[in-house]
Design a protein around this ligand. Sequence first.
Ligand code: FMN
Length: 337
Amino acid sequence: MDADELTQSVWDISKDEFPDGSPLGEQAKFLLHYAILAPSSHNSQPWRFAVRDEAIEISYDETRWLEVADQDKRELFISIGCALENLCIAAEHFNIGYEITYRADEDDDLVSTVTLERDSEPSSNRPPELFDELTERYTSHQLFEDQALPREARERFRRVIETDDVTLYLIDDPEQKRSIGELQADADEAQMADPAYRKELGYWVGTGALGSSWLMARIGQAVVSHFDLGDREGRKNSKLIERAPVIALLATHADTPTARVKTGQVFERLALLASAEDIAVHPMSQVLERPETRTELAARTGTGEEIPQHLFRLGHVEEERTHTPRWPLEAVSSTEQ
Ligand SMILES: Cc1cc2nc3c(=O)[nH]c(=O)nc-3n(C[C@H](O)[C@H](O)[C@H](O)COP(=O)(O)O)c2cc1C
């Protein structure tokens, strides 16, 4: 994938361009414009889509796997789950039914097949307003305000999850947050002390995928690749965690690729709902990237038999919404006969 191809123009997609009356295969391609707006770790966008008649196959692209930070492909599958969720929300908006087959546990790069069905009733109870947030959602990196998350918002978060496969923990106890912040600092220090981790992060900063201008991206790459900033990152990130009104954790019983895809779907649904409610969202993955801190996180948050999959801050912040770029749809999709 060529960094030069990354573009902001993907965010300008308009629902008025939906090819009404066209064959389902054409409509499937249109839905993919929304799938590629999904969040992904380091904005690596590790997805590939193939439209075959009325089915969409979603695979992962190993060249965009963060093989140092994400050794067990947890973030890769979560990211693809986010794209799958966007696809489902867009399909429902245009009254296209679908059936999802999860294939991530099989031994190749195919993650899921989505078979479309015309003019069907929406098959889920996702709130319709999530659709408009597909082009609005963004990740916030700021310190959140000292303002609690309303009880009603927490209830809506719980209600929007319609699966038993993934559990949502909302943590607001100051002592627990401090303890997670401590783990974050440990994880940051360990990751940043690893030259291979810094090189990988530097590469992604250098592509501009994380949203800076070309020059800033190059400077950022040089700094990240050559200096161990673990101590500074650790202090900054643990403060972000301690001061957030809520730390959310998604956990699953199974620790399989499919469980991670489903975690991604749930996360994206929550992120879109948060966007609709002007609540900022910020995933923080370092604790989960190291087996020892991941196990310790489970102990400190009391997930019991469940395994932590995705950790993110929720809160309020005054800032302008900004979008990171994406590879255009043509670069990540194909139509197969
Ligand atoms: C699985 C996953 C893990 C992520 N981990 C982090 C993280 O550790 N730190 C961070 O700042 N952002 C993290 N993000 C957010 C991505 O950096 C962000 O989604 C990506 O840059 C695209 O930007 P956008 O969400 O604003 O569209 C993560 C996102 C996903 C889906």
